[in-house]
Design a protein around this ligand. Structure first.
Ligand code: GTP
Ligand code: MG
Length: 304
């Protein structure tokens, strides 16, 4: 399935709300139109600041090009693409590249790792998984199931052992076995728990020491259904462990798909992948243009 169809399916809830309301506009684009649009965007979890920025940009375009409401969706899409661009992929190419996956409890970290391992493997990369969630009972077993499904080796220690030691061993095994990518799971943690956040800092330093920091990725997994709360989580994690990109999961179950735009705009963090389901192939690399199109249009447009 192409990315647009995939996103179109995943973003159904967000889009149907947005489109229904946008279709209500007609005639000239007036300050009232823009004000209403701002509210609609805020309801889609774009956030107040970013929604304001979007309608300001639209107002300028409307004035300059004498736009009417029929052109609103197309123009809105272009403004959103501008905010979400440029697309940034993973920094691969290290021997191995190391991806640390972090986030609060239950956002979809382990599932995302399974999907990502499968995706990278299908692109020809040799992937090893590190079970550095040593905290939650059965966390390593859960990752092992994904390792089996995606056909990737896994490094795991006993429950309760030091997570930084698992990361160390995973990188060593990755080097010894000629892996391209090592993806390490971590235990879910609340962003206000200082000692747990410090632990991520420690793991990050192990990666910097043992692997090439130029190819280190710290992916923050955010659950799209939490909407604007994700922004606060992102701020804290970014400070604690130098997040390099965001994976947004559970877009399939929410009308809050607009939060992607707020994350990029407010925090400057690139969205690297989006998850729209629980299955192995329900994860795709993020693409700004396709995302914005799927957010606003039911079908692929001739100009995409
Ligand atoms: N609908 C939907 N469900 C998802 C998605 N990603 C993950 N899930 C589900 O979310 C639940 C939690 O996923 P996990 O991968 O265990 O989350 P986690 O962040 O590793 O959880 P902890 O390790 O306990 O912090 C599971 O039931 C997953 O199937 C997604 O993109 N869409
Ligand atoms: Mg987990």
């Amino acid at each position: 399935m192409g990315l647009i169809s995939f996103l179109t399916r995943g973003l159904t809830k967000t889009r149907s709300n947005l489109v229904m309301q946008l279709d209500g506009f007609s005639g000239k684009i007036t300050p009232d139109t823009l004000e209403e649009l701002e509210e609609i965007l805020v309801l889609a979890d774009v956030g107040v600041a970013t929604a304001g920025k979007i309608v300001t940009a639209l107002g300028e375009r409307a004035k300059k090009h004498k736009l009417d409401a029929g052109q609103l969706r197309e123009q809105l899409r272009d403004v959103i693409v501008e905010i979400l661009s440029p697309d940034e992929g993973l920094r691969l190419g290290g021997r191995p590249s190391v991806i640390l996956v972090v986030g609060v409890n239950g956002v979809g970290k382990t599932t995302t790792i399974g999907k990502l391992a499968n995706h990278l493997k299908s692109e020809g990369h040799k992937v090893l998984l590190g079970a550095a969630d040593t905290f939650r009972a059965a966390a390593a077993e859960q990752l092992e199931i994904w390792a089996d499904r995606s056909g990737c080796p896994i490094v795991r220690h006993q429950e309760g052992s030091d997570s930084a030691a698992v990361v160390f061993d995973s990188i060593s095994a990755g080097k010894a076995r000629g892996m391209d990518v090592v993806i390490c799971d971590t235990a879910g943690r609340l962003h206000n728990k200082k000692n747990l956040m410090d632990e991520l800092g420690k793991i990050g330093r192990v990666i910097d020491r043992e692997a090439d920091p130029a190819y280190k990725e710290v992916l923050l997994v955010l659950d799209a259904t939490t909407g604007q709360n994700g922004l606060n989580q992102a701020r804290e994690f970014a400070q604690a462990c130098g997040v390099t990109g965001v994976v947004l999961t559970k877009l399939d179950g929410t009308a809050k798909g607009g939060v992607v735009i707020a994350i990029r705009d407010q925090l400057g963090l690139p969205i690297k992948y989006v998850g729209v389901g629980e299955q192995m192939d329900d994860l795709r690399p993020f693409a700004a243009r396709d995302y914005a199109t799927a957010l606003l249009f039911e079908e692929e447009q001739p100009w995409t």
